[in-house]
Design a protein around this ligand. Structure first.
Ligand code: PAP
Length: 341
């Protein structure tokens, strides 16, 4: 069904190749590096290490970051979705995939009806160890959780041509979404992570790819400097005006909707296909799992919890909300970045 121009034929994960990392960094140094970095308690079984200002899991994220920094070669036609975890990645993967491939599929037989968005758009951070990205046809559409300042210059410099879409979300909702998600993934022999504990870690910046605020600020500042290259989106804005959001995405990616497409209801169709209610109720998202790596297997249903703005107020105390607001205000003070919810 897919034509030759299909963006991202559904990728096959062919098996791991953990040893093949970072040629410029010797194997010995890769093993020693995590031991020499500051470390703190993780949200799961694994602790986190502080690398170039951000907290990463030493066995997966750190290795991936080093590999990407050393041996990933972006193409001018590449498109990247960047995000901190739990900010709307799954939704944006679906929206961008559907927008880019809109002439290849019709809505009744669309790949998103039988594949989770994470299967359609690989996470570069795990994919770099599993696949030969060089053999992928252009244009490639990949995602990453890497903070902006950790990306290699080959991805960030204006002359590289590739484009980045960044999505962020109100920190309070990110915390609650992450806390709920992590407890779903936590091994059964461990007690659940308490909200107090999650709150403390999050506020201290100790969360995957955190501090969360620094992650957002990196992309925010870069998007102001180079709006042609980086599109900065907020989850809350997309929830409020999804049609406008999809049109903006299409324009930014150089594929604006034609008048005839708009008249035919293409934008509405994409928004409907990728809506929380639609995706959550698909068989594939009720039953299947995603195998990100040998150790990281996630049930698809866990990517679809509530999808609401402001759900954090159902869990956080007034004091917690206030403290998070204060941190956000302080962190974003000079950046003119505001979160409504
Ligand atoms: P990830 O980092 O594990 O990929 P991510 O997709 O970034 O997670 O974020 C998950 C959040 O997006 C969940 O929010 P919640 O916990 O507050 O409910 C999830 O429900 C929400 N989400 C997933 N799909 C959609 C969608 N199609 N529309 C809106 N929100 C969605």
């Amino acid at each position: 069904m897919a034509s030759e121009e299909t963006i991202n034929p559904i990728p096959k994960i062919e098996g791991e190749d953990d040893e093949e990392i970072a040629p410029q960094m010797t194997h010995k140094r890769c093993i020693e590096l995590p031991q020499n970095l500051p470390r703190d308690k993780g949200w799961m079984t694994e602790h986190l290490v502080l690398y170039q200002g951000f907290w990463l899991t030493p066995d997966s994220a750190l290795k991936a970051v080093i590999s990407i920094q050393n041996r990933f070669y972006p193409r001018p036609s590449d498109i990247f979705l960047a995000s901190s975890p739990k900010t709307g990645t799954t939704w944006l993967k679906a929206l961008i995939f559907a927008t880019l491939n809109r002439t290849c599929y019709d809505f009744s037989t669309h790949p998103l009806l039988v594949h989770n968005p994470h299967d359609c758009v690989p996470l570069l951070d795990t994919f770099i160890h599993q696949n030969d990205l060089e053999s992928w046809p252009s244009p490639r559409f990949l995602s990453t959780h890497m903070p902006y300042t950790l990306l290699p210059c080959s991805m960030t410099c204006a002359s590289s041509g590739c484009k980045l879409v960044y999505v962020c979300r109100n920190p309070k909702d990110v915390l609650v979404s992450k806390w709920k998600f992590m407890n779903k993934l936590r091994p059964k022999h461990l007690p659940p992570l308490s909200l107090d504990e999650a709150f403390k870690l999050f506020c201290e910046g100790v969360s995957h790819y955190g501090p969360y605020w620094d992650h957002v600020l990196g992309y925010w500042k870069a998007s102001l400097e180079n709006p042609e290259k980086i599109l900065f989106l907020k989850y809350e804005d997309l929830k409020r005006e999804p049609l406008e959001g999809v049109k903006r995405l299409a324009e930014f990616l150089g594929k604006p909707f034609l008048v005839e497409e708009e008249k035919a209801g293409m934008v509405q169709g994409i928004v409907r296909l990728c809506s929380f209610e639609n995706l959550r109720n698909l068989e594939v998202n009720k039953r299947d799992v995603i195998r990100f790596s040998k150790d990281i297997v996630v049930e698809n249903r866990n990517f679809f919890r509530k999808g609401n703005v402001g759900d954090s107020e159902n869990y956080l105390t007034a004091e917690m909300m206030q403290l998070l607001d204060e941190i956000t205000k302080k962190k974003f003070f000079s950046s003119r970045l505001i979160f409504g919810a």
